[in-house]
Design a protein around this ligand. Structure first.
Ligand SMILES: NC(=O)c1ccc[n+]([C@@H]2O[C@H](COP(=O)([O-])OP(=O)(O)OC[C@H]3O[C@@H](n4cnc5c(N)ncnc54)[C@H](O)[C@@H]3O)[C@@H](O)[C@H]2O)c1
Length: 426
């Protein structure tokens, strides 16, 4: 059992804290948001994340998971402190390290002698050294331990990771951090800090590349009369390729890929390499938002002006409530700019909240979002949408057009109900 402090209780920090407590460690989590801390102490989970509530409740009940206000209060008695604070995109595309630096300053004078500080935030190469410089504590070792969890399955990903990466020049510190994961059956990869930091960016850029690649292939499929779903199956049986992250869609988004791919471009530039491949991946993604908007425009009869568009899905993917850089929101903004009225439904969005574009109506269910609509657009792959009745949707709508931006719906059933079904790459 190790005494841990977790700084930041967002998607990564809260999952990390709750899972380490579940694994038997003694965990104190901190945030700067007093409302969040109050809610967490009552066992209320501020985000939608499968199994997280259960683990937080378990930790609170057993007494080995606590929540405090402010980083300094969390680290007073810790052996290892994890930084899980945001690293948003800065003005020039690079990762903004100000939250990481602020957290390091807050804990510098309070950390016990010879504690270890772990960077779990996604940070540019060299950030381990930045934290060391800010801490000004020669007795404290700084370790990079990037996180690879996916929102929607964060707890399972944390407890059953494909691998754990630990980047540190100090062998004893690397062993101490690796040992925290003893009960997790995973390959532990120990590297130098720069390699650990690069692994995280390279992995995200590669996944974004796969998604842009299949969206580009989908565009070709539309031109040549092929079906991208069949193409993916045919490609995926090749073990060197697989089917993961080869689902065509409205473009990729979320809190990580957009900022991390731009940050890697910046890192590459500074390293003297023009990463044209990654620039292309980003360009294909921006085009995809336009392509899907165009599909909706065509379905609406050539103009979006004064058309009513029902939208199913606001989050950047299913099983999360995260709206950050959601492709759905990018497309909705384009619809609004073109003069459309948008009424949207998402299982996790019950009313207007930060991140939802002003000027849209938030519907309470899928049928209400479709009521009076000229076109229905499916923009997030929530399983719930599969089970809505096309006949009932048709009765509610003014038009008979559905643009299925996730190839989610049963095309035959929707066509039977009288819809013109437009998918991606088929
Ligand atoms: N969300 C993901 O799926 C994911 C996956 C892997 C890695 N990451 C990376 O992990 C990091 C955190 O991401 P996130 O999605 O959890 O962010 P988030 O915005 O959900 O949460 C960050 C939390 O940190 C708190 N915070 C900020 N400064 C603080 C301070 N000084 N002391 C205490 N708390 C502070 C904020 O109030 C917030 O609650 C980012 O670098 C991100 O790129 C995210």
């Amino acid at each position: 059992m190790t005494r841990l402090a977790i700084i930041g209780t967002g998607y990564v920090g809260l999952t990390t804290g709750a899972c380490f407590a579940h694994l038997g460690h003694d965990v104190v989590c901190a945030d700067i948001d007093p409302v969040k801390i109050e809610r967490l102490n009552r066992g209320e989970i501020p985000i939608v994340e499968h199994r997280l509530g259960e683990l937080v409740e378990e930790g609170l009940r057993k007494g080995n998971l606590r929540f405090v206000l402010g980083a300094a209060a969390a680290v007073v008695d810790c052996e290892i402190a994890f930084l899980c604070v945001p690293t948003p995109q800065g003005d020039d595309g690079s990762a903004d390290l100000s939250y990481v630096e602020a957290a390091a300053i807050q804990i510098a004078g309070v950390l016990p002698y010879e504690a270890i500080v772990v960077n779990k935030s996604t940070v540019p190469v060299g950030s381990t050294k930045v934290v060391e410089r800010v801490l000004k504590r020669p007795d404290v070792r700084v370790v990079s331990n990037p996180e690879f969890l996916r929102e929607g399955s964060a707890v399972d990903d944390f407890l059953k990771p494909d691998r754990v990466v630990v980047g540190c020049d100090d062998r004893a510190a690397a062993i101490a951090v690796g040992a925290l994961y003893d009960k997790v059956r995973a390959q532990i990869i120990v590297t130098d800090p720069a390699s650990a930091e690069t692994i995280k960016y390279a992995a995200n850029a590669f996944l974004a590349t796969k998604l842009s690649f299949i969206n580009a292939i989908a565009a070709i499929c539309e031109g040549v009369g092929a079906d991208v779903n069949d193409v993916v199956v045919g490609m995926g049986y090749d073990k060197r390729i697989g089917t993961e992250f080869l689902r065509p869609g409205p473009g990729w988004g979320g809190s990580c890929f957009p900022k991390d791919s731009r940050a890697l471009l910046k890192i590459a530039n500074e390293a003297g390499y023009h990463f044209d491949l990654l620039s292309g991946v980003i360009a294909v993604n921006d085009e995809q938002f336009d392509r899907v908007t165009d599909k909706i425009r065509v379905a609406a009869g050539g103009s979006l002006d004064e058309k009513v568009i029902g939208v199913w899905g606001l989050t950047f993917k299913a099983r999360t409530d995260d709206l950050r850089d959601s492709p759905s929101i990018s497309i909705i903004r384009r619809l609004l700019d073109a003069g459309a009225t948008v009424q949207a439904f998402d299982p996790t969005v019950v009313a207007m909240k930060p991140g939802v574009p002003a000027g849209i109506t938030v519907a309470t269910d899928g049928y209400s979002a479709a009521t009076g609509a000229d076109v229905l657009a499916v923009l997030t792959e929530w399983d719930d949408f599969r089970w809505l009745e096309p006949v009932q949707v048709a009765a509610a709508m003014r038009g008979r057009q559905v643009v299925d931006g996730r190839n989610l719906l049963d095309r035959t059933a929707w066509q039977k109900a009288g819809f013109v079904h437009t998918g991606i790459g088929r």
